[in-house]
Design a protein around this ligand. Structure first.
Ligand code: NAD
Length: 392
């Protein structure tokens, strides 16, 4: 099968196995070229291991610290006629490369929110690892079925309190335009908290502990985005921000419940980047295209792998990591500092349909978007026939 990108709106509906492998290899090369620091974890569970920040967490754990990694993801397998999802191919590539490096890797594909997946993971830890000493919670999902009630909740990306009118960029139509986002009602806020808040993170830690597979002194982190004034109305102070606030509650609850076991739970704040999750958020493609421009000029641009490498080395696995007033680990300073934000704000005010491509780094944004699905790599021949039936 010859595989060319099929882009529909903010998503690409296919993926290239060799390009996904090239993406994984680039991240491994980065980690190999940048030694890690801190207390090395031995056995790492990565929930949401196949793309974005979770994949980078797995790569840093394995290729930086030499850890055994057990991953959970929700990806579609390939068929003769349809490619798999990018996360499937990323995972297959990760397994290949881990095997070649003599690193243990096991991945379970299914719904991480379910009781069944929790039981399967616990069984796998018992069989292969004994216990885990680091748990990365990196799920990004538009819906969640509560395993105890069977009810399915959907998240919403809406402002809270009042409607918000702002500029946005429609990647599909190549159009900068104004959009008014209506505020969420109380039910939509609560449903978003149910999907992207801390309840499932707590359920994972409880289940691992009850089964005796959570090591004493284990660390765990969930990822958040805090951002600044430009993104607060649609992110930080919006429905998704309310869900992220619930992560702070969950971290405090885990820390207090497992204090006797010396478990440490952190919320880690990362910078805005192109991932499958962020490209679905209104306003984000415009904001990210502008910050890429500013941060590349400043020489502070980072991708998932640089962010996670820094997080693990300087904060998460460091002896006494510096925390903010909410006890969060912050890796977003290069984006959210006042000087950088002022430059982004100035561009934001000027940007129109006519000057968008000059003022922004949409080219860089789009290139990274293609990379997410294994497209746009120079070392891959996209005209060649490839077998989509890749497995691990
Ligand atoms: P992503 O879409 O790249 O990755 C999501 C992962 O979750 C994938 O591995 C996917 O397979 C897995 N997943 C989704 N639903 C699942 C389910 N039901 N069961 C098992 N696995 C499931 O997303 P991302 O951008 O890397 O986001 C990860 C975390 O980082 C999120 O909490 C997000 O809010 C946070 N974050 C993202 C950004 C950003 O700009 N992208 C910035 C800061 C923080």
């Amino acid at each position: 099968m010859v595989i060319q990108p099929k882009i529909r709106g903010f998503i690409c509906t296919n993926a290239h196995p060799l390009g996904c492998a090239a993406n994984v290899q680039q991240q491994i090369d980065y980690v190999k070229g940048h030694p890690v620091q801190g207390q090395a974890p031995k056995n790492v569970l990565v929930l949401g291991c196949s793309t974005g920040y979770g994949l980078a967490s797995r790569i840093v754990s394995a290729f930086g610290y030499g850890a055994k990694t057990l991953g959970v993801c929700f990806e579609k397998e390939p068929s003769d006629r349809k490619t798999a999802t990018a996360g499937w191919y990323n995972t297959a590539a990760f397994h290949d490369k881990a095997k070649a490096a003599g690193l243990y890797a096991r991945t379970l594909n299914g719904d991480a929110f379910s009781n069944e997946m929790k039981a399967e993971v616990i069984e796998a830890i018992k069989q292969d690892l004994g216990q885990v000493d680091l748990v990365i919670y990196s799920l990004a999902s538009p819906r969640r079925t509560d395993p105890n009630t069977g009810e399915t909740y959907k998240s919403t990306l809406k402002p809270v309190g009042k409607a918000y009118t702002t500029k946005t960029y429609d990647t599909d139509k190549d159009l900068v335009h104004e959009v008014t986002l209506e505020p969420a009602n109380e039910e939509e806020i609560q449903n978003t908290v149910k999907v992207m808040g801390g309840e499932d993170w707590e359920m994972w830690i409880d289940a691992l502990d009850k089964a005796g597979v959570l090591a004493d002194g284990a660390k765990t982190t969930a990822y958040t985005y805090i951002g600044k004034e430009l993104t607060w109305p649609i992110y930080g102070h919006a429905t998704i921000g309310k869900a992220k606030e619930d992560l702070d509650r969950a971290a405090a609850a885990i820390n207090s419940e497992f204090a006797g076991k010396h478990v440490k739970a952190y919320v880690s704040s990362l910078k805005a980047l192109v991932t499958q999750a962020s490209s679905a958020i209104p306003v984000m493609p415009l904001y990210i295209s502008l910050i890429y421009k500013v941060m590349k000029e400043e020489g502070t641009h980072e991708g998932c792998i640089e962010q996670i490498h820094g997080l693990f080395s300087e904060k998460l696995l460091a002896e006494n990591p510096q925390m903010d007033e909410m006890k969060r680990l912050r890796m977003d300073g290069k984006e959210t500092n006042d000087a950088t934000q002022a430059k982004i704000k100035a561009l934001w005010e000027q940007v129109t349909q006519d000057n968008f491509h000059d003022l922004s780094d949409y080219k860089g944004y789009h290139q990274e978007f293609l990379h997410l699905f294994g497209f746009g790599f120079d070392n891959v021949d996209y005209g060649a026939d490839v077998d989509p039936m890749v497995n691990w």
